[in-house]
Design a protein around this ligand. Structure first.
Ligand SMILES: Nc1nc2c(c(=O)[nH]1)N[C@H]1C(S)=C(S)[C@@H](COP(=O)(O)O)O[C@H]1N2
Ligand SMILES: [Mo]
Length: 411
């Protein structure tokens, strides 16, 4: 390799680093770094360049996890805002038979099963005949941050971007159920979308909620996201919003609601999205829990938005660490940050609450007094006293509640 090749490769890496918003690290001259730092930077830059940005319809550049079906992750820096822009909101479909267009004139949402008057709602009827409700809620894939578990569970190797916060507008599922007149003996409500399974042996996705949950007045059929129609990839024209619960229940391109007189039994409830039945949602790779339950409410968790891993910080300059914390709806009571790898902790400042089911952003201003490499940690506690864990693992890589860390280099 000659000198100019070397130069080109170095700059290519830098550009890739920029494209994935590595932050300051990609901008500083490499000469300013020691040999070990340089090796570290190389590792990170190559890890980042493997996480390629791609553009899908109605979307900005998102990190490609898989393309068929699309699984796209939101780059961290979008989480420095309360609401995640629709074009940057993560995407996950299970099956390649997902809808790419919908005729809004003929589209109908069906509601039937254990009801007195089965319904078929046009979009017009949903928008005009029911009281609109609006709420800010975070959605999060059950497997968000799965890639950080060791050993790595199978599935999409997400970092922290399989989540997003949005303001949802729509109608209460309860109001639709009332219109249909639910009969005695209703135990669950099954929900499914327009997506079809392309594989003969695999049934289409149908999920269910207990009737009382579906009818609690919070669960919503949303037709707008951040004041605009939902992007096709996020479920246009309708999706279920199940505040405080993992995304597997937030059925997209919602087309059918069925009130059931017995629990739903299918692969999507009995085999997929199950977690060990213990409060820590924990098990050993060599000793899997015999008893599992369907995944449900979000657990308490907090993440860093900045610094991003290995970001460069300047000695004697105040730096604002930022991140967000969430739980299943009780509310975040406290977020603590450690700048010394977990030896000592101090309280972060919480941004104002913008809804029970929203994430809560936090900040922590810190002035590094010495150069060197730092490990930062963050832990949250919710109002019900649920904190975070130092170790956790489960076969699905679900419901991560581990105390997270990031690193920074003070120069
Ligand atoms: N119809 C339908 N809805 C679905 C899914 C799906 O495959 N089909 N995937 C679920 C899962 S596992 C996730 S993580 C979220 C992703 O929502 P998003 O693409 O709007 O971010 O959609 C949920 N709703
Ligand atoms: Mo998911």
């Amino acid at each position: 390799m000659n000198g100019s090749d070397e130069f080109w490769m170095m700059n290519r890496r830098r550009l890739l680093g920029l494209a994935t918003s590595a932050g300051l690290a990609s901008l500083l001259p490499r000469q300013a770094l020691s040999g070990t730092d340089l090796a570290q930077l190389d590792r990170i830059e190559s890890a980042e360049s493997e996480r390629r940005l791609v553009r899908f319809p109605e979307k900005t550049g998102l990190i490609l996890i898989t393309d068929r079906p699309p699984q796209l992750e939101t780059p961290l820096h979008y989480f420095r805002q309360d609401l995640t822009p629709n074009e940057a909101y993560f995407v996950r479909w299970h099956l390649s038979g997902y809808p790419t267009q919908v005729d809004t004139r003929t589209f109908r949402l069906r509601l039937d099963g254990q009801v007195a008057n089965p319904q078929s709602f046009s979009l017009d009827a949903l928008v005009n005949e029911f009281e609109p409700v609006t709420l800010v809620a975070m959605n999060q894939c059950s497997g968000n941050a799965r890639s950080l578990f060791g050993p790595k569970p199978p599935g999409g190797q997400w970092q922290f971007g399989a989540m997003g916060n949005a303001q949802w507008t729509g109608v209460r599922l309860k109001d639709l159920l009332d219109r249909a007149g639910v009969k005695a003996g209703a135990v669950e409500v099954a929900i499914s979308g327009l997506d079809e399974s392309p594989m003969p042996g695999l049934p289409k996705i149908v999920k269910s909620l207990k009737f009382d949950h579906a009818n609690d007045g919070d669960v919503m059929v949303a037709y707008a996201m951040n004041g605009a129609p939902l992007p096709m990839l996020n479920g246009f024209p309708l999706r279920l919003v199940v505040p405080g619960w993992y995304a597997t229940y937030w059925i997209k391109s919602l087309a059918h609601i069925e009130v059931l007189d017995k629990p739903l039994s299918n692969i999507w409830m009995n085999q997929a999205y199950r977690i060990p039945d213990n409060p820590e949602i924990n098990e050993e790779p060599g000793n899997l829990s015999k008893k599992t339950v369907p995944i449900n409410r979000f657990v308490t968790h907090s993440v860093f938005v900045r610094p991003e891993p290995e970001e460069l910080l300047l000695v004697n300059h105040p730096y604002m660490l930022e991140g967000l914390a969430n739980d299943g709806g009780d509310g975040i009571a406290r977020v603590e940050v450690s700048v010394d790898g977990g030896r000592t902790w101090a309280d972060a400042t919480l941004d104002p609450e913008i809804g029970r089911f929203s994430w809560r952003r936090w900040r922590f201003v810190w002035t590094p007094l010495d150069k060197g490499r730092y490990t930062f940690k963050v832990r949250a506690t919710n109002r019900a006293g649920q904190g975070q864990l130092t170790t956790q693992w489960n076969r699905g890589g679900y419901a991560r509640r581990v105390i997270e860390q990031t690193t920074g280099m003070v120069v």
